[in-house]
Each structure stands twice: as C-alpha cells, then as structure tokens.
Design a protein around this ligand. Structure first.
Ligand SMILES: N[C@@H](CCC(=O)N[C@@H](CS)C(=O)NCC(=O)O)C(=O)O
Length: 223
C-alpha cells in the first residue's frame, strides 16, 4: 500500500466494528488509511480481502510498521494496538496485572455479549425476510439486559476498569449509539440506565469519537 500511513484499516461506513478500531487509532495518534468496502458489491468477500481476513468481515488491519502484520476481529485488533503501541498505557491496562484481565473480560463481553445480540435486533427489524416478533422481543430484551449489566457496574464506578478510561469503555460506543438511536423504540437510556447514560455521554464527548462519528455521518450522507 502506498498511502504512507502506519495502518491500513479495512472498514465500512455504516457498520459499528471498524469505527471502534478507528477511535483507538485516533486516540493514540497512530496514522491509518481507511478503506471502506461496499457490502452491496460484496467487496469484503473478494479474494483480494479474504487473503487478509478469511472470515470476510470488517474490520481488519495491516500494520505496515510491523512487516505488514495482519489482524482481524475488532477487539483482537484493539488489544494488538494497545499492547504494542500504548506503552505509556494512556488507554489501556499494563499486561501482567490482574486488571489487564478485567480489561480483557470487558472486551470479550463486548464482542460476545453486546455486538452479536444488539446486532440481532437490527437484523430482525430491518433485514430478516419475515416478521418474527418473538425474535425481535428476545433480542430487545437481551439488549436491555446487557445495558443493565453495564448499569449495575457503572452505578458503583465511573469506568469499567482501572478507575480511568480504557479501550474497554471505548469498545462499547458504537453499539450503544445504535441502541439509543435505532434499535429500541421509545427507549430512554437516561431514564432506564442513568449511570450508563452518563458514561456513554462522556465517551461521546471525546474529540476523537465526536470527530469520527461526524465523519461517518458525512460519508453516509454522500452515499
Ligand atoms: N466479531 C467481529 C464482527 C465483524 C462484523 O460482523 N463486521 C460486520 C460489519 S460491522 C461485517 O463485516 N458484516 C458483513 C457481513 O457479515 O458480510 C468483529 O468484532 O470484528
């Protein structure tokens, strides 16, 4: 790749997972070039991409500063980036400490408990060929249950781990935006989960997050 930046980030304008990685790269001041795939053209299933990610999904990154090393799965990418390039632990917990595993625990929970379940609300609402109200109800309830898990912790502490902002908090942003804007009709985060709402709003106010989400809106408006 000839763009001269440290990372190539394979992403998508609408989907949540590429933006999580962009937030972290931006927060750490690492340079990257985003390539946004057109899912309608199945660009993410083409051999030019599946040679990097056999799963045919975004995000994936190439680290040009590390012999073009490739990583896919958003939270594995995030862990790689902070372990390798956040040596001052601005956004992450030091490996070898107990809290490192608490950070990992939240990243796993985000990837296995938040992303796929929130995603199913979107799928059954927008894309599934038949209306299946029981499925919509199941995944809406699960979305609220997961928000309830966050609430139970954030009522007692400001951040998920280490008493400060880390990648664990940032990883929840995109799906929580979708939960509060798209997925749950008539849902009021502030009313139902006030501690989570306060935390979420603090995350949204971070310049890197705000700027990138505005960039996403601009890109979507051009499509
Ligand atoms: N667990 C994966 C999920 C990746 C994922 O589902 N990406 C979506 C976009 S956000 C995708 O590529 N969808 C296209 C497809 O499923 O064909 C991660 O966190 O990276």
């Amino acid at each position: 790749m000839s763009h001269g930046k440290q990372f190539t980030l394979f992403s998508h304008t609408g989907g949540p997972n590429g933006w999580k990685v962009a937030f972290i790269l931006e927060e750490l001041g690492l340079t990257y070039e985003s390539i946004y795939f057109d899912f309608k053209k199945n660009e993410h299933k083409a051999p030019e991409f599946t040679k990097y990610n056999p799963n045919g999904r975004i995000p994936a990154v190439i680290d040009h500063r590390n012999n073009d090393f490739v990583v896919w799965e958003s939270n594995a990418i995030i862990q790689y980036v902070v372990d390798k390039y956040d040596k001052e632990h601005k956004l992450s917990i030091a490996p070898g400490t107990d809290e490192y595993y608490t950070q990992l625990q939240w990243l796993y929970f985000q990837a296995s408990g938040q992303g796929p379940y929130f995603g199913q609300v979107g799928w059954f609402n927008l894309y599934h060929p038949e209306k299946v109200p029981s499925a919509v109800e199941r995944y809406r309830n699960e979305t609220k249950r997961v928000l309830g898990v966050l609430e139970s912790v954030l009522l007692k502490q400001e951040w998920l781990v280490g008493g400060r902002l880390t990648v664990a908090d940032i990883s929840f942003i995109p799906w929580n935006i979708f939960a509060t804007t798209l997925l749950l009709e008539g849902f009021d985060l502030e009313k139902e989960f006030p501690a989570t709402a306060k935390w979420h709003n603090k995350l949204l106010a971070r310049p890197a997050v705000k700027n990138l989400w505005e960039e996403r809106e601009r890109l979507l408006a051009q499509q």
